[in-house]
Unconditional design. Sequence first.
Length: 439
Amino acid sequence: MGYVKDSFKSKADQLSQEIKKIVAEHGELVLDKVTVAQAYQGMRGIPGLITETSLLDSNEGIRFRGFSIPELRERLPKAEGGNEPLPEGLFYLMLIGEVPSAENVEHISATWARRSHVPNHVFDVIEALPVSTHPMTQFCAAILALQTESKFAKAYEEGISKKEHWSYVYEDTMTLIARLPRIAAYIYRRKYKNGEHIQPDGMLDWSANFAHMLGFDSDSFKELMRLYLTIHADHEGGNVSAHTTHLVGSALSDPYYSLTAGMAGLAGPLHGLANQEVIRWIEELQEKIGTQEPTKEQIADYIKQTLSEGKVVPGYGHAVLRKTDPRFTAQMEFAKKHCPDDATVKTVWNVYEVAPAILEGTGKIKNPWPNVDAHSGSLLKHYGLVEEDFYTVLFGVSRSLGVLASLCWDRALGFPLERPKSMTTEWIQKYIAQQTKLA
């Protein structure tokens, strides 16, 4: 490996063992206001952020401005002839804090349609990358290329009052959200459809136009996109994509820089990339058992095999939730209406029937219930969007709604630069020794 790399590995192995010992023996010791374990284990559950747009309850699930997903599906305006909420309405709710009228939603939809033109240099940046480049890499590069359009960056350079920050962040937010479907669809058609692009249709709502540009014009797929882009929009402020967008924005980086950072976080296997891992696990299950519709007994055996190999069952478990994710339930209800006989969808449902009891029986898993990722891939596959690498881009288009609405609030409320205090393991060891002497 090279002597420097070897030396680093030796030091890291030694410190790793010391840290495990510290957490095991002193994990509950309080360091000012947090415990040793919390400091080492991802700051889980430490209240330290304010996010106005949504709140995640471990038992109730996500609530957007106090409204549950079933309530949103009932109360948010819908497209003519449709049954699923329009994401434009959720954005209005997160931003304003009030359930929008149909007129409010039409205004946002029209605004996004007017601002949806993407400058040619953004497409040039995408085209400069190899076609084999992962869609999320292309997506992040394109958002960053759009930064040339930032009104906040230009105004800040000219010297604006802090009280005006929110206004320019809002303008960037509206333009950026307007352009993301065009960019995402361009990447999809470039990578998977031989570069045969489809021009936008300004008469369609935001989700339907996205579906159209992707190449899916059925009414039920447009409905799926409305639901998908609504339920993936936000998940309070502590998840990686939301926190990263907030953190970078706290340095007064403009929305383009901030969202690019958030999308880079979303691309991680422990965050947004998990949705493609779920469907691949389902397909491997079907392939190894030799049928598109394995029995519950076969599924149970495969889950146990997965666990015995030291792997996780993707789509199950959540850092906060302690029940079935309401976003999973919403997708299951959609599937029962639109594709109840799909073999992969039925396999997802059968996994749901047997997995929680097996996972709970290990005694190692706090939440054995499915999260949003457990269902989304099977629905996309049903309609022919089979390219799993692209699924996280869909997630990213949706997540932009929540994180950018929050960024508008961050600047309107004048939230400061985020700068938590960090410590070294040596400092913690000395602190433990000091506390031990005092005891």
